[in-house]
Structures are given as C-alpha cells and as structure tokens.
Design a protein around this ligand. Structure first.
Ligand code: APR
Length: 320
C-alpha cells in the first residue's frame, strides 16, 4: 500500500517542525508548500538528510506549486504570519484572512478529500474562513487549539502535583484566545478531579486559579520569551497527534475547533469542543454538561469567536 501523503501548507517554524515529526513517526511522505522560494525545499532536504541517521522511510519535497499536494490525505495549514510581543492573536486577522483564501482554494483544487487541520491564528476564525473558501465538508476541516491548550494545562498541573504528565488529563473548551475555558471539574490526576485534589489539600484554589490563568496566557508567555515569533514545538506536536488519529482511525477523544451546528446550542460556528477523531474526520462532538458558571465562560468565549467571524465577513464580502 502506498504511504499516506501529508501536505504542509506553510514551511515556517511550525511547518518545519511538523515535517520533522511526521518523518520521524513515519506517518507518510511529506510535501512542504510555501510561497517563500527556497524555504520549503531547504527544510525538506535538511530533514531528508537526517533520515539515514534516524532510519526513517519517508520522502520529503519542498514546493511553491499547489499541484504537488495533489491527492494529499492530510493538509496541515500554518501559512500566514505569527504574532510578535504585544500583539494578540486577533491582530493577525486581516492579513491571515487573505492567506486563508489562497490556501483554501489551493486545497480545494488539489486535495479535496484531505483531512485539513488549521493552525493559523486567530484560530477559530481562520478555520471557519478556510472551510468557507475551500467549500470542503465541515467534518474534514478542523482547527488545532484544544490539544495544545490542554497540553499546556497538563504540563503546569504535572509540575504543581509532582506527578507524571501521563497521569494528568485536562480539558479546555472554547475559543483559542484569552477567553478559553480550562474546565477544572473535568481535569484529573489519575481520574481524581482537580476540585477534589484541592479538598484533599494537594494544592490550593489560588494555585489552581494561577495555573488556569497561565494556561490562558500560555501562547503569550512563549511569544514574550522568543520575541521573534510564537510557539512551534508544542503546536506542531499537537497537530501531529490529530493527524495520526485520522490516518490510523484511532477514534481519539481530542478537544478541537470543530463545526458545531446544533451541538451546545450553537448555530453554525467553529469553536473548541471535545471531539472524536477517526477515519471519518470529526466523527462525533461530545456534548458535556456544564455548570452555570462554566456555561457563562463558554458563552463569553463563543461571543468572542462570533465577533472575529463577523470581522472576517466585514473584510471579505464573499464570506457574508
Ligand atoms: N501561502 C503559503 N505560505 C505562506 C503564505 C501563503 N499565502 N503566506 C505566508 N506563508 C508562509 C510564510 O512564508 C512562512 O514561511 O507561512 C509561513 C509561516 O511561518 P512562520 O512565520 O515561521 O510562522 P509559524 O510560527 O510557523 O506560525 C504560523 O501558526 O500558530 C500560528 O500564530 C501562528 O498564524 C501563525 C501560524
């Protein structure tokens, strides 16, 4: 059987890391597409040259031609600009919206059956626009945010509790922005919910609140440290987890920016919710019960996403 084909649209910091991880994990052959001449070719060759030492079997190709992504099984989109210190993800809207138009059309015309994972920010609005421009089925176009946000939450929790992050599971809902909703009630250490761990005296509510806030600010913390761009190792790893779930029909339960039409009372919106990812793409949205407070935080986040989608419609008439 031929190897799966993975097309990476954008060969910058995240794109290069995605290519490296996909090759190391032998998920398939990789095509790196970018408008910057030489960048995708250089990264493809550099990673290919690590193959003999690492011992992976994967072909890598860099290109400026959308025809080279033809028939891709998975497309991961990072094309666009990242933020600089002092910028919010929302500041990227105008410029990255134009990028989503060309990328959406390029995927539609060359890889219409692919599972598409968008990483470009502001995420929830960009995945919506990418789906609109591509016209592809909603269950095959998804945004990567929740896996990353919950990975950050899990990392901070494992440090606080002094336990392996393998035993920490965490739940983050809503938009990928300042309004994201880390749900402590559904987050656990070895199955014990965080509020119970506070009652047991393993941590305090204040410390937990600080971890929740650090999770919300997780992207900005990295931007502030790097100064020249945003996070790329963890975002790439998160998207690869989603791609692998699709390619191997793993039925993973992962939080993603997925199309909700009816679920959670939403009428057609991309927002971070728990999903099941398998060979059908987003096979299911898991409609958890929320308390009044959680629902209020989720509603607030949904409104922020709606505001960004409206802003997109204001910029590009073809979207309204
Ligand atoms: N088509 C293809 N590639 C493009 C286009 C386009 N229209 N416009 C820009 N690019 C490419 C750039 O040439 C660059 O190589 O996208 C790449 C982006 O890479 P980086 O600037 O290194 O950004 P990165 O850190 O990878 O982040 C990409 O993901 O997390 C988000 O906020 C982040 O929106 C940003 C995106």
């Amino acid at each position: 059987m031929a190897r799966p084909k993975i097309a990476l649209i954008g060969a910058g910091q995240i794109g290069g890391t995605l290519a490296h991880l996909a090759a190391l994990k032998e998920l398939g052959d990789v095509v790196l597409f970018d408008i910057a001449e030489g960048t995708p070719e250089g990264k493809a060759l550099d990673i290919a040259e690590s193959g003999p030492s690492e011992g992976f079997d994967a072909n890598l190709k860099g290109t400026q031609d959308y025809a080279d992504i033809a028939g891709a099984d998975v497309c991961i989109v990072t094309a666009g600009v990242p933020r600089k210190p002092g910028m919010s993800r929302d500041d990227l809207l105008g410029i990255n919206l134009k990028v989503m138009k060309s990328v959406g059309e390029g995927i539609r015309d060359n890889a219409p059956d692919a599972f598409v994972i968008c990483i470009t920010n502001p995420l929830d609005a960009m995945v919506w626009a990418l789906r609109e421009f591509s016209g592809m089925p909603h269950e095959k176009v998804v945004g990567m945010a929740g896996v990353l946000d919950s990975a950050r939450f899990r990392h901070f929790l494992s440090l606080e509790f002094g336990v392996s992050m393998k035993d920490v599971s965490a739940f983050v809902l809503g938009g990928h922005g300042d309004t994201m909703v880390p749900l402590t009630r559904y987050s656990t250490v070895a199955g014990v919910p965080l509020p119970d761990l506070v009652k047991m005296g393993w941590t305090t509510q204040d410390k937990l609140d600080a971890i929740v806030q650090r999770t919300r600010d997780g992207g900005a913390e990295i931007v502030g440290l790097l100064k020249t761009g945003s996070a790329f190792y963890a975002p790439a790893t998160s998207a690869i987890e989603m791609a692998e779930a699709y390619l191997k029909d793993q039925k993973r339960v992962l939080p993603c920016a997925a199309w909700c039409d009816g679920q959670f009372g939403l009428k057609g919106l991309y927002v971070g919710v728990p999903t099941v990812i398998g060979a059908g793409g987003i096979e299911r949205i898991v409609e958890i019960q929320m308390t009044k407070d959680e629902q209020a935080m989720f509603d607030n986040s949904v409104n922020a996403v709606k505001g960004l989608v409206d802003a997109c419609k204001g910029i590009d008439d073809s979207l309204s």
